[in-house]
Design a protein around this ligand. Structure first.
Ligand code: ZN
Length: 198
């Protein structure tokens, strides 16, 4: 295969993986029992963060609320799926994003900086981009607030997870991912919410 056809092949493979994941994200959403409109449901999409390791790294997302000051969204993770390590920096007088995760379904392991936990499972081939190794295990009803400038990442347990995310609105393009392959979160054109990363 030429380089061009390999690229096309990879793009098709990624597209297929995202479509398959979307079906599971919808099932997870249903299992969470959250009341949601058909209109909101249509905005659920698979996010590969511009990387090459979807579905190992990635997420499903719905924005429920985005004003000039507040953002509430749902993050869905497939079984074992990881939302890669990043932080929310301060910039131009903005102290940075404060992000609270509340689990609605399944189990989410939220890793932050601190005393390393045992048995941390990192996405294969991406180990070097993970340094925050202190695990907080969150079950339905549990919530945890990540302060600005703290490195963190999320990983679902074996059933996947559904999480509500409360956050102050910031310029999402400022979020820092450490893996240079990752470009942040893409939002498909035509959606009411533009740009963004987690
Ligand atoms: Zn975050």
């Amino acid at each position: 295969m030429t380089v061009a056809t390999t690229k096309t092949h990879d793009a098709l493979k990624l597209q297929k993986a995202k479509e398959e994941a979307l079906i599971i994200y919808h099932e997870l959403l249903k299992k969470s029992g959250i009341a949601i409109t058909d209109e909101d449901r249509k905005t659920l999409f698979s996010v590969d963060l511009g990387g090459t390791h979807f579905p190992d790294e990635g997420l499903g997302s719905i924005d429920l609320l985005r004003t000039s000051r507040v953002r509430v969204s749902i993050i869905l993770l497939l079984p074992g799926q990881t939302l890669p390590e990043h932080l929310h920096p301060s910039y131009e007088g903005e102290p940075g994003k404060e992000e609270t995760v509340r689990v609605l379904y399944g189990k989410t392991m939220l890793y932050v900086e601190g005393k390393p936990s045992d048995n941390v499972i990192l996405p294969k081939g991406k180990e070097q981009w993970y340094t925050a190794m202190h695990r907080n295990t969150l079950l339905p009803g549990d919530q945890y607030t990540v302060q600005p400038k703290i490195k963190h990442w999320f990983q679902a347990g074996p059933e996947g997870s559904v999480n509500m995310i409360f956050q102050n609105k910031v310029d999402e393009t400022r979020n820092l991912f450490f893996d240079p392959d990752l470009k942040g979160c893409q939002v498909p054109s035509g959606l009411k919410f533009q740009s963004g990363a987690f």
